[in-house]
Design a binder for this molecule. Structure first.
Ligand code: HQG
Length: 183
């Protein structure tokens, strides 16, 4: 399977497992899982294709495992807009985290901080380079904001780390953002 096909399948799988399972008649369980067999039947994706997407995914967007009932299941590791409980335990964040975005969002972010929009959490990166890649998906110039995650944590904000290393938190108030030093 060529790279383009893998990327397009991965996007389709993300859409279904994070945002719109009902589009192919699927229902996710409370933690976002769906049996692999059901997923394959509903999407007409082949088993080999699914394995390639899951194993070859640059960001480990999907998890496949056997549930307590022995049934093999799949879910997206993060990024949902449908209500799911990923069951992540709060963890102590590093001193600083990063958020990459487009210059057009800066003014609004300065005023209100980072909000989670349609997703469950604000997504933060552990390093600048990753944040830059996330921001590069936006139109226009990329800006990388530094988040004072240590201070947020001291003030009682909870942080989670998804299975693929994305840092998640509810919201980042403007006072914890270094927007001036963005770049
Ligand atoms: C922006 C990718 C104006 C925010 C990545 C972002 C990530 C504001 C956009 C994951 C704002 C939301 C998530 C405010 C936030 N005013 N704009 N107050 N607060 N924004 O796609 O972080 O490929 O929901 O800067 O690796 O870009 O999907 O979030 O630009 O982990 O696996 O609102 O997506 O992973 O956009 O990306 P998104 P994101 P995947």
């Amino acid at each position: 399977m060529d790279h383009e096909r893998i990327v397009s399948l991965s996007k389709r799988m993300s859409r279904l497992l994070r945002h719109a399972p009902e589009r192919v008649g699927l229902t996710l369980d409370a933690a976002g899982w769906v049996p692999v067999a059901e997923f394959l039947a509903a999407t007409r994706i082949g088993r080999d294709e699914l394995d390639l997407v899951v194993a070859g995914n640059d960001k480990r967007r999907f998890a496949v495992e056997r549930g307590p009932d022995g049934v093999e299941r799949i879910r997206a590791n993060q990024g949902h807009s449908v209500p799911v409980q990923l069951g992540l335990a709060p963890v102590v964040p590093p001193e600083r985290l990063f958020h990459g975005t487009g210059a057009a969002a800066l003014e609004s972010i300065r005023a209100t901080g980072l909000d989670r929009g349609g997703r469950h959490h604000v997504h933060l990166s552990a390093d600048r380079a990753t944040a830059h890649r996330v921001g590069a998906r936006r139109r226009g110039a990329v800006v990388v904001l530094t988040v004072d995650s240590a201070a947020m944590h001291r003030a009682g904000h909870e942080f989670f780390r998804s299975a693929n290393g994305v840092w998640l938190t509810d919201a980042v108030p403007p006072s914890y953002l270094d927007v001036l030093g963005a770049g």
